[in-house]
Design a protein around this ligand. Structure first.
Ligand SMILES: Cc1ncc(COP(=O)(O)O)c(C=O)c1O
Length: 364
């Protein structure tokens, strides 16, 4: 596969995963295939073995946000996972489903972020070789985070696209299994277990779930499970204004490649929604709300005020979208869930976050 075939920009546009529930491009608008894909995805979610390596995270009431917004706000604390993000769920599910023969060859990916740490831990747990290609500019703290979980780190290329090309070449050369960060049915199934937990943890009135979107692994899994069981609950994606690949794909009715992608919320800086992801999202996601950098920073502050925890920008997007939704709808007494998806933020960037949050005024 050549670099150009992925239409790589400064951000990520990933190749589709190797395994397939059903070919995502053939699902289209066929109601029968759509239902089959939904059922297959739910079946895979329910058998995802995530608790070998991740925890059932709390669904925590956010008292201050609840009071300020006049709606009950619950935070799904995925920032409390062992790798400080939900990504371990999908990475582990994918790797654990490889055959013994494939596992013996090892796994490879390219990532400077949460997928790298998730895959490293998944491979360590299963005792298999993991090679993670990271751009040479990756902060030492992240390189260390991956190495400390036993993965081999190869620093290659100035930017992400070169690291990805190198990882794919390695997969080809050494027979390693490339583990995609989102565009894969097993990865989607693992992330979907977040939805299972939300419905189990809160069985009463639940009006909407807000989910940050990068390549769409998390939202595809959550939307599939939630819509299968509780179609009355709205599933709402949240993207940065300058990185809205799902919103644009839904508007166009097909996947589009963003020519340029903002990188402040680095976990969701993706140029094109995944193919398997879009096949689910186009039918089961109700809408996408976009938020600015300042709104994201203000949400980070709101989460801190309620939990005394810091999330990363991508991890705060859902709360930012939830606040915007309440302001737009002027709703009251609804039950709203936001997925706090991760906490891998460089301490040094907190000064910038605080400054930008200040521009949004106080939430209380
Ligand atoms: C913290 C965080 N939130 C959200 C996302 C978006 O997840 P997805 O790519 O499955 O949409 C990511 C992806 O890496 C992430 O690291």
């Amino acid at each position: 596969m050549s670099l150009s075939s992925f239409q790589l920009s400064s951000a990520r546009a990933w190749p589709a995963g190797a395994s397939s529930l059903s070919d995502p491009d053939t699902v289209g608008d066929d109601p029968g295939l759509r239902q089959q894909l939904l059922r297959d995805t739910v079946t895979q979610i329910l058998s995802a073995p995530v608790y070998d390596v991740s925890i059932e995270t709390p669904l925590q009431p956010a008292a201050r946000l609840t009071a300020a917004l006049g709606n009950q706000v619950l935070l799904k604390r995925e920032d409390l996972q062992p790798v400080f993000s939900f990504k371990i769920r999908g990475a582990y599910t994918k790797v654990s489903r490889l055959s013994a023969e494939a596992r013996a060859r090892g796994v490879v990916t390219a990532s400077a972020g949460n997928h790298a740490q998730g895959l490293a831990l998944a491979a360590q747990k299963l005792g298999i070789v993991a090679v993670i290609v990271m751009p040479v500019s990756t902060p030492a703290i992240k390189v260390h985070g991956v190495r400390s979980r036993g993965a081999q780190v190869l620093l290659h290329g100035d930017a992400f696209p070169e690291a990805l090309a190198f990882a794919l070449a390695l997969a080809e050369e050494r027979g390693l299994n490339f583990v995609p960060p989102y565009d894969d049915p097993a990865v989607i199934a693992g992330q979907g277990t977040v939805g299972v937990e939300v419905l189990r943890q809160h069985s009463g009135q639940l009006d909407a779930i807000f989910v940050p979107v990068g390549g769409g692994g998390l939202i595809a899994g959550i939307a599939a499970y939630v819509k299968y069981l509780r179609p009355d609950i709205r599933v709402i994606g949240v993207e940065p204004e300058d990185s809205n690949c799902l919103q644009q794909a839904l508007a166009a009715g097909k996947r589009v490649v963003l020519p340029k992608v903002g990188t402040f919320a680095d976990g969701v800086a993706v140029a094109q929604i995944g193919a398997h992801n879009f096949a689910l999202c186009r039918h089961w996601v109700d809408e996408v709300i976009t938020v600015s950098t300042d709104e994201t920073c203000a949400a980070l502050r709101d989460i801190f005020n309620d939990t005394r925890s810091i999330t990363e920008p991508s991890g705060a997007l859902a709360v930012a979208g939830l606040k915007k939704y309440v302001a737009r709808e002027q709703c009251r007494d609804q039950v709203l869930v936001a997925i706090n998806s991760g906490a891998n933020i460089n301490f040094d960037s907190l000064g910038y976050v605080i400054e930008r949050a200040g521009l949004q005024g106080l939430s209380d």
